[in-house]
Design a protein around this ligand. Structure first.
Ligand SMILES: Nc1nc2c(ncn2[C@@H]2O[C@H](COP(=O)(O)OP(=O)(O)OP(=O)(O)O)[C@@H](O)[C@H]2O)c(=O)[nH]1
Length: 329
């Protein structure tokens, strides 16, 4: 069975609506990256050095990351020699297969770690403006749809307007927000939120945190204090520490991921605004350079625009419709 047929079969088990969401959200990346590849494959029939060079340029331009691109091109060269491929077209499914392989999470779990019983605490970290508050709102909506009782903690007491912004999302989604006044100690807000979550029999507590990076030491100290407060109440919490990254910042998102992963015990990444960039290849770069899985992607500003990340769906959404007939839906 061909690679695309296998991929399509596995995708068809999953909801069509989700696949369509990925397709819509990734349209900018499709237009730039995939059509660039498609154009290359249609213009160049033979595999030669210029072909590899152009492919390299397209992949680097989509923010796949130089190291990963070099590795990928080397692997393609090996396949070309091994399988004695001469026509460029024959390389296209192999390229897609390699892209899926690059995105595979390996041993790491990509689903949310939810406590078997009792309260689950999820902490969101990340610099200002990456889409943290929006992601919390969307995730609250998603968990509520799954029948869970959700509570929000307004732990970003630093940025003017952050508490109100979270409250707006709380109202929109229909979940309560535990807050104190602006400037309050975030650890104290967490303490209040944990007490409230326990007495109200909440399933999942989603905690916002401040995102200022100009003062890294303080930020990390603040996070450590928050951890201590949470662990005193629930030793196995936080069950997730999710770093929110803005995909439109490209390689900068990768640097942020490295910076935070050193200090904060991250368990997963959320890549927002994928709909707003043509450089969706950053997902591949992050997967390759970090041991932490991308667990969710943001594909728009609306409530239901947060999707669990699925590598097969991602590649399928990028390539369907642009492939040969065999591969179309
Ligand atoms: N297109 C698009 N926009 C998004 C997405 N996620 C967030 N945004 C937008 O990004 C902007 C910043 O999002 P916020 O949630 O305010 O960012 P934040 O990280 O909470 O900011 P701080 O509170 O300063 O840390 C808002 O205008 C959001 O609507 C996404 O997946 N796609």
């Amino acid at each position: 069975m061909s690679f695309f047929k296998k991929l399509k079969d596995s995708i068809s088990q999953k909801a069509e609506a989700v696949t369509n969401k990925f397709k819509d959200g990734l349209s900018k990346t499709r237009n730039a990256f995939v059509e660039g590849i498609e154009d290359l494959f249609s213009r160049r029939k033979k595999i030669d050095e210029e072909f590899y060079e152009e492919l390299e340029e397209i992949l680097i331009g989509a923010d796949v990351g130089v190291n990963t691109v070099m590795k990928l091109i080397d692997e393609l060269r090996v396949e070309v020699r091994k399988q004695k491929i001469e026509e460029a077209a024959a390389l296209q499914p192999i390229l897609s297969e390699k892209l899926v392989a690059l995105l595979q999470p390996g041993e790491v779990k990509t689903t949310l770690n939810i406590a078997e019983s009792g309260l689950t605490v999820i902490l969101f970290v990340g610099v200002n403006g990456v889409g943290k508050t929006t992601t919390i709102g969307k995730m609250a909506h998603m968990l509520k749809q799954e029948g869970k009782k959700v509570l929000l903690a307004a732990g970003d007491t630093f940025r003017a307007g952050a508490i109100e912004q979270l409250e707006v999302w709380g109202q929109r989604v229909g979940v309560d927000v535990i807050k104190q006044q602006s400037g309050a100690d975030p650890a104290a807000v967490m303490f209040d939120a944990l007490q409230a979550a326990k007495t109200r029999n909440v399933d999942v507590l989603l905690c916002d945190t401040a995102g200022r990076l100009q003062n890294k030491t303080n930020l990390m100290e603040e996070l450590n204090k928050i951890y201590r407060v949470i662990r005193r109440e629930i030793p196995e919490a936080p069950h997730e520490v999710l770093l929110v990254l803005d995909a439109t910042t490209g390689q900068n998102a990768l640097s942020q991921a490295k910076l935070f992963s050193d200090k904060t015990g991250l368990t997963g990444l959320v890549l927002t605004k994928l709909d707003g960039t043509a450089k969706g290849g950053i997902v591949i770069a992050i997967r390759q350079e970090m041991d932490i899985p991308v667990k969710f992607v943001g594909l728009g500003e609306k409530m239901d625009d947060l999707q669990p990340f699925d590598s097969e769906q991602f590649v399928h959404a990028l390539f369907t419709g642009l492939m040969t007939n065999e591969n179309e839906d």
